[in-house]
Design a protein around this ligand. Structure first.
Ligand code: 5RP
Length: 230
């Protein structure tokens, strides 16, 4: 799919989600190019109908800056009891609404906001929808202090880790950690891999988001929108 077409679809999915946001609610806002459109639509609602929210939390400084540019005040997750709805993008989503996230390296905060939300909606174009999680390297955030040992361990497991780079340096996340992208496709047993990574010392978080998403809004190239609910 060409990038212009993909952007159009991202924009459409983002609009459907923005229209679902209830005034006065606590909103979580994710990260990425699809979410960027979502924030633009929120900005439009603020301008046209004076949309206000009780609290907004977000998962990256990029999204925070954009929200603030529309006059929204952004709070820290720690200052909010519970989030009513979080809207985020995804890199892949399967038929069970499990997903791979972290293409933008914001997975740790994304998962923290998501699991503290009553409802999670993902907005995607149709190229992200797959039968089984595949076609995208799985991001794993690791502590710098043990990154080489974790990499070796993951290599031994046949998970083909490679550091995500930023030029000729290892990319650092918001929390000062590194990302190892695992080159495995398809992921044969997502739950098993998630469990293994959850128990690997030095792994801060991983991009398998299993049983978290409640609804996916998919924009399709035939002009339709599909809303898939858990
Ligand atoms: C960032 C993410 C994003 O939601 C994911 O990468 C999708 O991004 P985009 O909307 O740009 O395709 O998980 O960590």
């Amino acid at each position: 799919m060409d990038k212009n077409m993909q952007d159009e679809l991202k924009k459409e999915a983002a609009k459907v989600a923005a229209d679902k946001v209830q005034a006065g609610s606590v909103l979580g806002v994710g990260t990425g190019s699809t979410v960027k459109f979502f924030i633009d639509w929120l900005g439009e609602r603020k301008e046209k109908e004076g949309l206000t929210l009780k609290h907004i939390v977000t998962t990256s400084s990029r999204s925070k800056k954009q929200l603030e540019s529309y006059g929204f005040k952004v709070d820290e997750l720690a200052d909010v009891d519970e989030v009513d709805l979080t809207v985020d993008g995804a890199d892949r989503v399967d038929s069970q609404l499990n997903g791979i996230k972290g293409g933008g390296a914001a997975l740790t905060l994304e998962k923290n906001v998501a699991v503290n939300s009553k409802k999670n909606i993902w907005i995607v174009d149709e190229s992200k929808v797959v039968d089984h999680l595949s076609g995208f390297k799985l991001p794993v955030e690791v502590l710098p202090v043990s990154c080489m040992q974790v990499k070796k361990r993951l290599e031994k497991e046949g998970l083909n880790p490679e550091f995500r780079m930023d030029g000729n340096k290892k990319l650092t996340t918001h929390y000062g950690n590194y990302i190892l992208d695992l080159n495995i496709s398809p992921i044969p047993v997502p739950n098993g891999l998630a469990d293994y990574l959850d128990h690997t010392v030095g792994v801060v978080e991983h991009g398998l988001f299993l049983g978290i998403c409640d609804e996916v809004i998919v924009a399709k190239s035939n002009g339709t929108i599909q809303e898939i609910k858990r």
